[in-house]
Ligand binder design. Structure first.
Ligand code: SF4
Length: 440
């Protein structure tokens, strides 16, 4: 179990948040590529949400055609570099690699992908072509992975594209919501700059779409609109004492850490509430920031957690403790957080019940809530005839078109929160959907 010293400088922060998947060098990439069996009907391709031709790009790396390999990757996934690092490859492409059946380590597809794309990005190689102008314009709400992918694809089809982004930098969750030991801000921003330089789409920063007037303006000025907004702030738990100083949302915590790095001060004892991947990230980050004790608390059993097993293992290896079958019933303290009062939970006739006769307090100075994020329902209400489901997700057809034909949507807005790679796929396919609709 690792024990981390509180980082006080940028160098110490980088050491504690050393990347999980460092870049391969040329020799490592060559030998790793030589292991690939170039399977017919490759299961790794089927498991990739963007269906990258994995055996082809690995062969291209092996024959020293790194530019061709990058083209193969970006042709399927506009965020090919970021996805090589942040994708849960162990449950996607690498999890499907045939080597798993032979008790041999699978091909390191993510790292090979990252090796190839990083080379062309660093060399600023021109590999994309803008389509001949068709005189039509698309507005995109949100410069997250879905919005960026939609913009890139639309530019290759000849559309003018303006992205309206609420924040001052692009890529949404990829910068703001992903742990820094997975990908750095510089890497994410470098890929977007690479795409934007070649494909020339506009990003209007600090331009949130928040009123009916904003929506009317988009509808009057553009031929189609893509909604690629992510999720909102951490949802409230309605707990007694939740408003005390020292209770924060996981997404806000991770965002602050990414932006301010070693300048963020983490107190000695931290409780993280939740059992998803965001909870694992927040707990792992708290431990890496030097918290003496970080406790992860989940209301059900370990097997019921939404987080991937490897994310949980990573948190535990960083020094995080876990508590299962506990639910928070109050935040205690006098103005400031001093602890969380939990009640034990148990399964009774297939239902999870809280036992209020079995309660206890875990002392802490910071509570991080990783219990889900609010949806952007306020935005959806501004759009006429937009159908949303019971979980406030926009409903789309196979072409990513919504019930209001001028609007298309993808990413978190339609799936309620998934991986960057899912958003990248949706954005690309939505641009094709828009193209099909406008050319009907
Ligand atoms: Fe190569 Fe594994 Fe994919 Fe087969 S399944 S093509 S060995 S990466």
């Amino acid at each position: 179990m690792a024990e981390y010293k509180r980082p006080t400088t940028e160098a110490e922060f980088k050491k504690n948040f050393k990347q999980k998947k460092p870049l391969m060098n040329d020799t490592e990439a060559y030998y790793e590529a030589s292991r690939c069996l170039f399977c017919y009907d490759a299961p790794c391709v089927q498991a990739c949400p963007t269906h990258i031709d994995i055996p082809l790009f690995i062969k291209q790396i092996h024959t020293d055609n790194v530019t061709g390999a990058s083209k193969t990757i970006f042709d399927s996934n506009w965020l090919g570099n970021a996805c090589g690092v942040v994708c849960p490859t162990g449950v996607l492409c690498e999890g499907a690699c045939v080597y798993n059946h032979q008790d041999v380590p699978p091909i390191q597809i993510g790292r090979l992908q990252n090796f190839a794309t990083n080379k062309v990005i660093d060399a600023e190689k021109v590999i994309f072509k803008i389509g001949a102008s068709n005189g039509k314009k698309i507005a995109i709400i949100g410069a997250g992975p879905a919005g960026i992918a939609c913009a890139c694809e639309a530019r290759t089809l000849g559309y003018e594209v303006d992205i309206f982004e609420a924040k001052e930098i692009p890529t949404g969750l990829t910068v703001h919501g992903i742990a820094p030991y997975k990908i750095t801000n510089e890497e994410v921003l470098k890929e977007v700059a690479f795409l934007q330089n070649q494909l020339q789409f506009n990003i209007k920063y600090n331009s949130p779409i928040i009123s009916k007037k904003d929506i009317n303006h988009l509808e009057e000025s553009y031929d189609a609109i893509f909604v690629g907004v992510g999720l909102g702030k951490t949802a409230t738990l309605s707990l007694e004492g939740e408003d005390k100083e020292g209770v924060v949302g996981a997404v806000e915590f991770i965002e602050e850490l990414r932006m301010k790095q070693h300048q963020v001060k983490i107190p000695a004892k931290v409780v993280v509430i939740g059992g998803g991947n965001t909870a694992m990230d927040a707990a792992s980050e708290s431990a890496r920031m030097g918290a003496r004790k970080t406790v992860l608390a989940y209301r059900n059993s370990k097997t019921k957690m939404g987080a991937y097993g490897f994310e949980y293992d990573l948190a535990i290896s960083a020094g995080v403790d876990s508590l299962f079958n506990v639910t928070p019933i109050a935040i205690v303290g006098n103005g400031k957080v001093e602890g969380v009062k939990f009640a034990k939970t148990e399964m009774v006739e297939g239902k999870l019940k809280t036992n209020m006769n079995n309660t206890f307090i875990v002392r802490c100075d910071l509570v991080i809530k990783a219990t889900g994020q609010a949806k952007q329902g306020h935005l959806y209400k501004l759009i006429d005839d937009l159908a949303i489901d019971k979980k406030t997700r926009i409903i789309t057809n196979n072409e990513f078109q919504t019930s209001n034909p001028k609007y298309f949507a993808g990413g978190d807005a339609i799936n309620g929160g998934a991986e960057v790679v899912n958003a990248a796929y949706d954005g690309k396919m939505a641009a094709q959907g828009i193209h099909n609709w406008l050319n009907k």
